[in-house]
Design a protein around this ligand. Structure first.
Ligand SMILES: [Zn+2]
Ligand SMILES: [Zn+2]
Length: 256
């Protein structure tokens, strides 16, 4: 089942972007917890960008790329943390929307960085489908982009050095949405990008599947939630509450 977008005041923000140049006010990249950094996002690289995270437990990996509007800014931020593009072993794309994947083409073509994505969203990016990638909404250009590592099934993990970066299939916002999680020191860090939706038929959204996915995320009992558009939530009680609030808003909260 899918539904039209609903709005609780912040829900539309993933798409209700303002095209504002960030200039001097841009936030610097920062360490969230040892081995986990935010390196891009709406307050950092471009207003069109979703959050971009770097995980380095010995094998540096990026989670999402932003919209591609300011990939130079992303690379500058990485360099400020002493990472060159060639240090990045893999870019994992959480789903096919342009605010998350628009920079992937350049990173792949110019720096030969490998891209990973769940199979159910691959076609949208490989054909640069302007509706499924939301490129039309953002009024941005998108090149067809080949995915080297196609993720299949419900979960898996990447060797990330001293630990693993896990992925879990979380369909709902799009069919091939994934979330990632990692044990970084004493904290379990969850990267869940578009918890808030929105949900549209053109994206292949499915509200019931989304609710099941959100319950999977709650069961992970993360200490820190790195979200795509609304920031970072901790401790564990706040991370859980953030997800539960959306379940409540969409009438999908269990009574238990
Ligand atoms: Zn988004
Ligand atoms: Zn999205």
């Amino acid at each position: 089942m899918s539904t039209g977008a609903r709005n609780d005041g912040r829900m539309g923000m993933g798409f209700g972007y303002r095209r504002v140049r960030l200039g001097r006010k841009a936030m610097d990249p920062f360490e969230i917890t040892p081995g986990v950094f935010q390196v891009g996002g709406p307050d950092m690289t471009a207003s069109e960008d979703a959050g971009i995270y770097l995980v380095d437990l010995g094998v540096p990996m990026l989670i999402d790329t932003g919209s591609g509007v300011n990939t130079k800014g992303l690379l500058r931020n990485l360099l400020s943390l002493d990472y060159t593009p060639r240090d990045i072993s893999l870019v994992i794309l959480t789903h096919a929307h342009i605010d998350h994947i628009g920079g992937a083409h350049l990173l792949k073509e110019k720096y030969s960085i490998k891209l990973a994505m769940h199979e159910l969203d691959v076609q949208a990016i490989e054909t640069a489908d302007r509706m499924k990638t939301a490129a039309t909404w953002y009024n941005l250009d998108l090149e067809p982009t080949r995915i080297k590592e196609v993720l299949k099934g419900e979960e898996g993990a990447f060797d990330a050095g001293v630990g693993q970066l896990h992925w879990v299939h979380t369909p709902g916002h799009t069919p091939g949405s994934i979330a990632l999680w990692v044990e970084a020191g004493i904290y379990r860090v969850l990267f869940a990008q578009d918890v808030h939706g929105p949900f549209y038929d053109v994206f292949g959204s499915d509200l019931d599947a989304w609710a099941d996915s959100m319950r999977k995320l709650i069961d992970l009992k993360a200490d820190i939630l790195c979200e795509g558009h609304f920031g970072i939530y901790k401790p564990a009680s706040e991370a859980r509450r953030y997800i539960e609030d959306y379940l409540k808003n969409f009438g999908k909260m269990d009574d238990d």
